[in-house]
Ligand binder design. Structure first.
Ligand SMILES: C[S@@+](CC[C@H](N)C(=O)[O-])C[C@H]1O[C@@H](n2cnc3c(N)ncnc32)[C@H](O)[C@@H]1O
Length: 244
């Protein structure tokens, strides 16, 4: 998929289905990331790379304590919001790049990598291998990689995965349907539409992750698990890996 298409589909998804504001520093993410930072403080260093940074809430929270923070995201709206907020806060050591995380390259090296907020739902296992290969080029030995994601395999087994949901977003009703599971790539294909709006049809996927999948991929790509926390609230995990 070309970057323009990826950007357009991510922007459409976040503007219509999952309020982009939620991921801004002034949205709900601030408190959530503050708690994560407190709990996992020992793993955060001085040079942070945030893959799928969204509105860059992590950067805004750490910029006074770290030397450098770089956020990468393919969603132009999110990057614009992140840059605006960073300017307002005078966070000069923060930079944001509009880029597909499967394709980025940089000269800088980082001691901490973050991929927070279940961004993994947009990346299947093959995409993730590309992401980690890129991260390997820009991370130091013993760097930490902090990843937050949902355990979809468990959700399916426990029959907690909802095939059809109806919800309200931006004052409109939306129907979100899981169409099929592609077990070759590990994706649940979904579509959503608003019965109140013509041409609102949207297709997207939710990648299937579980600790046994992520852990084996990370180990093969040179990262060992050094910290974990199960998060019942959203049926997921926060995991910390160290670069070997
Ligand atoms: C759920 S949001 C999380 C944002 C942020 N990490 C947080 O915790 O608040 C997921 C983000 O992943 C980004 N994303 C998804 N696929 C991407 C890709 N291939 N390249 C770059 N960013 C991507 C989306 O644009 C979105 O901003």
């Amino acid at each position: 998929m070309k970057d323009v298409k990826l950007r357009a589909s991510l922007e459409k998804y976040y503007i219509t289905l999952d309020r982009a504001n939620r991921y801004s520093f002034f949205g709900k993410r601030k408190g959530e990331i503050e708690r994560l930072l407190e709990e996992f403080s020992e793993f955060f260093g001085e040079k942070i790379l945030d893959v799928c940074c969204g509105g860059g809430a992590l950067g805004m929270l750490v910029h006074e304590k770290v030397k450098r923070y770089v956020g990468v995201d393919a969603n132009g709206e999110m990057i614009r919001n992140a840059r605006d907020v960073a300017r307002k806060l005078g966070a000069k050591n923060c930079s944001f790049f509009l880029c597909d995380v499967r394709k980025f390259a940089m000269r800088e090296k980082f001691d901490t990598i973050a991929c927070l907020g279940n961004s993994l739902c947009h990346l299947d296992v093959f995409d993730w291998i590309e992401v980690v290969k890129n991260v390997n080029e820009v991370s130091e030995k013993n760097a930490h990689f902090i990843i937050e994601y949902r355990d979809v395999v468990n959700l399916l087994f426990e029959k907690k995965w909802k095939d059809v949901t109806v919800f309200e977003e931006n004052g409109k009703l939306w129907v979100d349907v899981s169409k099929e599971m592609d077990t070759k790539s590990g994706k649940i294909w979904k579509f959503a539409f608003s019965p109140q709006e013509q041409r609102s049809w949207m297709e997207f996927f939710h990648a299937v992750w579980s600790p046994f999948i992520l852990r084996s991929v990370m180990r093969l790509l040179g990262w060992r698990l050094v910290g974990e926390k199960k998060v019942e609230e959203w049926d997921g995990y926060v995991e910390v890996y160290e670069k070997l």
